[in-house]
Ligand binder design. Structure first.
Ligand code: HEC
Ligand code: HEC
Ligand code: HEC
Ligand code: HEC
Ligand code: HEC
Ligand code: HEC
Ligand code: HEC
Length: 421
C-alpha cells in the first residue's frame, strides 16, 4: 500500500524547524470522527452538482471590474491546481531541501512528470509524492495535497511565508516523514468552492472527482451556483434584472453572516454532507452553530485564529448596532489587506469623531486619529493555537492575527502612542 512512514531517530535539525499546531487541524479531526446516520446516512442534496456551477471566467463579460479585482484576493488564490506559477516555495538547488535529520531529507523537485516532494533516507530515494493542489494564498503559507486514486492526502512539507522557506506541515511530526494523512473534506470546504464527491453519503466523504472541482473561494461560494444565471442572462441580454443568483445584500443579516461563518466561524460541526450549504440557505440546517447564535461568548476564550465571527459577535459594536455584518467593513471583491485608512473610514461611518463623547483624553492626544482606529481597537494579537519554532530559537513564534474583538486594549494603545509621538 501507499501508507509508509520513514522512522528516524530524533535529532535537532540544523535547518528551520517549524511546528504549527493549528486549530484548523483540530477542527479537521473533530469532523473526521463523525459517523454516518444509522438509517444509511444523511441525505445528499441531489439538486446541487458540478453541473450547477460554472467558472468565474464566465462572469467576466458582464461583471468585468469585479472579476478582475476578485482575482487578486486571498480568497480567489486560496485553492489552486499545483504548478510552478502557483507554488511559492523554491525548487532551486540549495533552497529546495528540508532535512528532518542529517539522514532524512525531503527534497522539492521538478521532474518530467510534474513537481514532487521526494523523501530520501541515507541518500536513497524512498517515495516521490506529486504536488497536485495548493492550499493557501501565501499570506501566511501554503500547504499541498496529492491525489491517490480519488482520495486527497496532505503532503508533509509546507511553504512558510514569514521565513520564505519550506517547513514541516502544521500538526505533522518533525522527526519523521508522514505521508498518509488524508485531507478531510472540511479542508476542501473552506479552501475550494465545490468538489464533487464520488463516495457514498457519509458525513466525511473520502472520494472526490478530480476534474469536478471549483478551486478557491470563488464568486459562487458567496453567490450560489451560477450556471443557470449565466445561461439565462446570456440568452436574454435585454433583461437587466438578475435571475437565478444570490446577492448577499438582499439576504437577512443572519444569512449574510452564515456565508462567512461557514469558514470564519471556528469549530462548527457538520450535520449534513459536505457542500450542501450554499449562499442564501440557513447554515444552521447544515451545521450546529448554537455557540454563535447565543452570543453569550466570553471573548477571552475565543482564539483570534479562524473565528472572526465569534469575536465580532462578542463586541459592543456588533451587539449594540443594527444589522452589522462582515460587509460593514469588508468589500469582498477587493484585496484590502493593509489599507488601514480605508478600514478606519468604515469605523467613522458609525462613530462620528466630532461627537463630544469621542473627544476622549486619548483621542485628543493622538494626531493621526482618523487614519488608524484599528491598531488601538482591533490590534494584531498572537494566536493561542498557532506556534512556530524557528531555527535556533527556544521559544515558539506565534502567528499574528487581527483581533475581531473590538475593544480598548491598554497595552497596544500605549505602544501606539509612543510610536506616534
Ligand atoms: C450575460 C451577462 C451576465 C453574465 C455572464 C453574468 N451575469 Fe451576473 N448579472 C447580469 C445582469 C444583467 C445582472 C443584473 C444587473 C446587475 O445587477 O448588474 C446581474 C446581476 C448579478 C448579481 C446581483 C444580483 C442581484 O440580485 O442584485 C450577482 C451577484 C451576479 N450577477 C453574479 C454573477 C456571477 C457570479 C457570474 C459568473 C458566474 C455572473 N453574474 C455572470 C448579467 C450577467
Ligand atoms: C469557503 C470558505 C470561505 C468563505 C465562505 C469565506 N471565506 Fe474569507 N477566507 C477563507 C480562507 C481560506 C481565507 C484565507 C485565504 C488565504 O490567504 O489563503 C480567507 C481570508 C479572508 C480574509 C483575509 C483576506 C486577506 O487579504 O488576507 C478576509 C477579510 C475574509 N476572508 C473575509 C470574508 C468574508 C467577509 C466572508 C463572507 C462574505 C468570507 N470571508 C467568506 C475562506 C472563506
Ligand atoms: C473551518 C474552515 C477551515 C478549514 C477546515 C481549514 N482551513 Fe485553512 N484557513 C482557513 C481560514 C479562515 C484561513 C485564514 C486565516 C485565519 O483567519 O485564521 C486559513 C488559512 C490557511 C492557510 C494559510 C493561508 C495564507 O497564506 O494565508 C493554509 C496553508 C491553510 N489554511 C491550509 C489548510 C489545510 C491544508 C486544511 C485542511 C487540512 C485547512 N486549511 C483547513 C479556514 C479553514
Ligand atoms: C467572499 C464573498 C464574495 C465573493 C467571493 C464574491 N462576492 Fe460578489 N458580493 C459579495 C457580497 C457580500 C455582496 C453584497 C455587497 C453589499 O453588501 O453591498 C456582493 C455583491 C455582488 C454583486 C452586486 C453588485 C455589487 O457590486 O454589489 C455582483 C454583481 C457580484 N457581487 C458579483 C461577483 C462576482 C462576479 C464575483 C467573482 C468574480 C464575486 N461577486 C465574488 C460577496 C462576494
Ligand atoms: C455599524 C456601526 C459600527 C461600526 C461600523 C463600528 N462600530 Fe464601534 N460601536 C458601535 C456601537 C453602536 C457601539 C456601542 C455604543 C458606543 O460605545 O458608542 C460601539 C462601540 C465601540 C467601542 C467601545 C467598546 C467598549 O467595549 O467600550 C469602540 C472602542 C469602538 N466601537 C470602536 C470601533 C472601531 C475601531 C471601528 C472600526 C474598526 C468600529 N467601532 C466600527 C457601532 C459601530
Ligand atoms: C468593524 C470592522 C470589521 C468588521 C465588521 C469585520 N472585520 Fe475583518 N478585519 C477588519 C480589519 C480592520 C482587518 C485588518 C485588515 C488589515 O490589516 O489588512 C480585518 C481583517 C480580517 C481578516 C484577516 C485576518 C488577519 O489578521 O489576517 C479576516 C479573515 C477577516 N477580517 C474576516 C472577517 C469576517 C469573517 C467578518 C465578519 C464576521 C469580519 N472580518 C468583520 C475589520 C472588520
Ligand atoms: C491611540 C489609540 C486610539 C486610537 C488611534 C483610537 N482610539 Fe478610540 N479609544 C482609545 C481609548 C484609550 C479609549 C478609552 C477612552 C480614553 O481613554 O480616552 C477609546 C475609546 C473609544 C470609543 C468608546 C467611547 C466611549 O466612551 O463610549 C470609541 C467608540 C472609539 N474609541 C472609537 C475610535 C475610532 C472610531 C477611532 C478611529 C477614528 C479611534 N477610536 C482611534 C484609544 C484610541
Amino acid at each position: 500500500m501507499f501508507a509508509m512512514q520513514i522512522k528516524i531517530k530524533y535529532r535537532r535539525s540544523v535547518l528551520v524547524l517549524v511546528t504549527i499546531v493549528s486549530t484548523v487541524f483540530l477542527l479537521a479531526r473533530c469532523v473526521s470522527n463523525q459517523g454516518e446516520d444509522k438509517n444509511g446516512g444523511p441525505k445528499v442534496d441531489e439538486a446541487i452538482t458540478f453541473a450547477s456551477y460554472t467558472t468565474s471566467e464566465k462572469c467576466m463579460s458582464c461583471h468585468k471590474e469585479i472579476y478582475e479585482s476578485h482575482g487578486k484576493t486571498a480568497h480567489y488564490l486560496t485553492g489552486q491546481p499545483a504548478g510552478e506559477e502557483t507554488i511559492r516555495g523554491s525548487f532551486q538547488k540549495g533552497k529546495n531541501e528540508y532535512y528532518y535529520t542529517p539522514e532524512i531529507l525531503l527534497s522539492m523537485q521538478k521532474r518530467d512528470s510534474g513537481l514532487f516532494q521526494v523523501a530520501y533516507f541515507k541518500g536513497e530515494e524512498k517515495k516521490a509524492m506529486r504536488f497536485d493542489m495548493v492550499i493557501g494564498s501565501g499570506v501566511m503559507g501554503q500547504s499541498f495535497l496529492t491525489w491517490r486514486q480519488d482520495q486527497l492526502y496532505q503532503l508533509p512539507i509546507t511553504y512558510f511565508t514569514a521565513a520564505d522557506q519550506w517547513s514541516n506541515s502544521p500538526g505533522f511530526p518533525n522527526d519523521k516523514v508522514l505521508i498518509d494523512r488524508p485531507a478531510t473534506s472540511r479542508c476542501l470546504e473552506c479552501h475550494v468552492t465545490y468538489a464533487e464527491r464520488i463516495s457514498g453519503p457519509a458525513l466525511e466523504p473520502t472520494g472526490f472527482a478530480r476534474n469536478k472541482i471549483i478551486y478557491g473561494v470563488d464568486c459562487q461560494k458567496c453567490h450560489g451556483p451560477a450556471a443557470k444565471h449565466v445561461e439565462y442572462q446570456t440568452q436574454h441580454p435585454q433583461d437587466t434584472n438578475a435571475k437565478y443568483i444570490v446577492n448577499p445584500a438582499k439576504l437577512s443579516t443572519q444569512q449574510q453572516l452564515d456565508i462567512c461563518t461557514l469558514c470564519h466561524g471556528g469549530n462548527i460541526q457538520k450535520t449534513k454532507p459536505s457542500f450542501g450549504f450554499t449562499a442564501g440557505k440557513n447554515l444552521s440546517d447544515f451545521f450546529s452553530i448554537e455557540s454563535h447564535n447565543n452570543v453569550v461568548l466570553n471573548s477571552s476564550e475565543i482564539d483570534v485564529h479562524g473565528n472572526q465571527v465569534g469575536l465580532l459577535k462578542a463586541s459592543k459594536c456588533f451587539k449594540l448596532s443594527q444589522a452589522m455584518t462582515c460587509s460593514t467593513c469588508h468589500n469582498s471583491h477587493e484585496n484590502e489587506r493593509g489599507k488601514t485608512e480605508v478600514f478606519s473610514q468604515r469605523c467613522i461611518s458609525c462613530h462620528n469623531m466630532a461627537d463630544k463623547k469621542l473627544q476622549t483624553p486619548t483621542h485628543i492626544q493622538v494626531n493621526a486619529i482618523e487614519t488608524n482606529c484599528i491598531d488601538c481597537h482591533m490590534p494584531v494579537q498572537p494566536s493561542k493555537s498557532i506556534a512556530v519554532f524557528l531555527q535556533g530559537e527556544e521559544t515558539p513564534k506565534t502567528s499574528q492575527l487581527r483581533s475581531h474583538f473590538i475593544g480598548i486594549y491598554q497595552e497596544e494603545i500605549k505602544k501606539f502612542i509612543n510610536k506616534n509621538k
